[in-house]
Design a protein around this ligand. Structure first.
Ligand code: PLP
Length: 401
């Protein structure tokens, strides 16, 4: 049966939010629901349009056409050429590929790279792995608001520096990074610039020429697209080795049968994000500010983290002194609010966030921090209700009412 023209979802009234009716989802920096229009665009590629883009027959050719269309669309959204866009399984693969691909392919030029202390684990852990392979890296500090210190970063350049990694905006505190200044530095020093725009792309205009970057990572599920899809932009002329060896997919640079439905969904989600940005960003920022003001006023000693003036619109990260972040998260969940710790919490032993530590927070402060992230579907009523719940939960945990 064709999925075209009919809603693939049950009627809205029957759906409810994940977590149950009335549950308030404030964890959009972790992931977002797939937009209904995106799902609609993807559905045919699971069933009637199931061809393998490598097949020579007509089913394959239709898959290639869908993939080409998705690539053209992603390229147009970020100011790139289609030939510079490589589909990946998401942000983690794009980050790993950017680092490994550039360092392996340019090893005769140098084996040193620079990254900011606020980079995502996908960059940090890859850097550590590369160090074990004989490459070396230097970490540029961030200031108390999580912004990379450009003067300190400049001092880290060496004659053998081939790559600088600076995310466009931070995923934990939302701080927008000084990409234009670092881009100019890289151009002057002859180093390549890679930017992880996984969080930024949902909220800020991302254009690979303004400021110029050589490589850029994107992930679909942060902007109302499917999980397991994303892209790495690689500027024409930049030498990059493959990360995945196999067939000749993605112009011989990334083996593996193409995820056509994923690419189509990712492209549709990115386009929608670009089209809606002017209306979504101020609305989401206003919701976040409304919530943050109520939390700051209602929770004694609540400290907002990050560069509040220069922050992604959805994110409000707080330190609630004297309350363990994990306990706050569990209590919030029970009370009907989904939020997140800055760091990956695992089996009762959460590591304090490396970003908050780099910003000068103590381990204890870092462990008592919570990230709230607003999205497209949140309402004013939810912002108010969530703030009231946060205030109540903190009072309870601190031994109050
Ligand atoms: N980079 C940043 C800044 C992120 O926030 C994330 C996800 O949280 C990733 C990379 C990883 O992306 P993915 O989940 O698509 O692997």
């Amino acid at each position: 049966m064709s999925a075209r023209g009919r809603s693939p979802l049950p009627p809205a009234a029957k759906r409810g939010a994940q977590g149950g009716a009335g549950y308030i989802y404030l964890d959009h920096a972790a992931t977002t629901p797939v937009d209904e229009a995106v799902l609609r665009a993807m559905l045919p590629y699971f069933s009637e349009e199931f061809g393998n883009a490598n097949s020579l027959h007509r089913c394959g050719r239709r898959a290639v056409a869908a993939l080409d269309g998705a690539r053209d669309s992603v390229a147009a959204c970020i100011g790139a050429k289609a030939s510079e866009v490589y589909f990946t399984s998401g942000g983690t693969e794009a980050d790993n590929w950017a680092l490994r691909g550039v360092l392996y392919a340019n090893a005769e030029r140098g084996r040193h790279f620079i990254l900011s202390a606020a980079e995502h684990h996908a960059v940090l852990e890859c850097a550590r792995a590369l160090e074990r392979e004989g490459f070396s890296y230097s970490v540029a500090p961030v200031n108390g608001q999580g912004r990379a210190d450009v003067a300190a970063l400049e001092k880290l350049f060496r004659p053998d520096t081939v790559l600088v990694c600076l995310m466009a905006a931070n995923n934990e505190v939302g701080t927008v990074q000084p990409l234009a200044e670092v881009s100019a530095l890289c151009r002057a020093r002859g180093a390549l610039l890679f930017s992880d725009a996984v969080q930024a792309a949902g909220a800020l205009p991302v254009n690979v020429n303004a400021p110029p970057v050589d490589l850029l990572a994107l992930s679909s599920h942060k902007l109302y697209g499917p999980k397991g899809a994303g892209a790495l932009y690689v500027r024409t002329g930049v030498k990059i080795a493959p990360l995945l060896f196999g067939g000749l997919q993605e112009r011989g640079k990334r083996g593996g049968t193409a995820n056509v439905a994923g690419a189509v969904g990712f492209a549709a989600a990115l386009r929608l994000t670009c089209e809606r940005r002017a209306q979504d960003v101020p609305r989401i920022a206003a919701l976040r500010d409304r919530f943050a003001e109520k939390v700051s006023a209602g929770v004694v000693g609540a400290v907002r983290n990050g560069d509040v003036q220069n922050c992604l619109p959805g994110i409000a990260n707080f330190t609630f002194a004297g309350a363990a972040g994990e306990a706050v998260l569990y209590a919030l969940d029970l009370a009907g609010v989904a939020a997140s710790g800055g760091a990956a919490c695992s089996s009762g032993a959460p590591e304090p966030s490396h970003v908050l530590l780099a910003m000068g927070k103590s381990e204890e402060q870092a462990r008592s921090s919570v990230r709230f992230s607003f999205g497209r579907n949140n309402t004013e009523a939810e912002a108010d209700a969530a703030a009231a719940i946060v205030v109540r939960v903190l009072q309870k945990l601190r031994g109050g009412a």
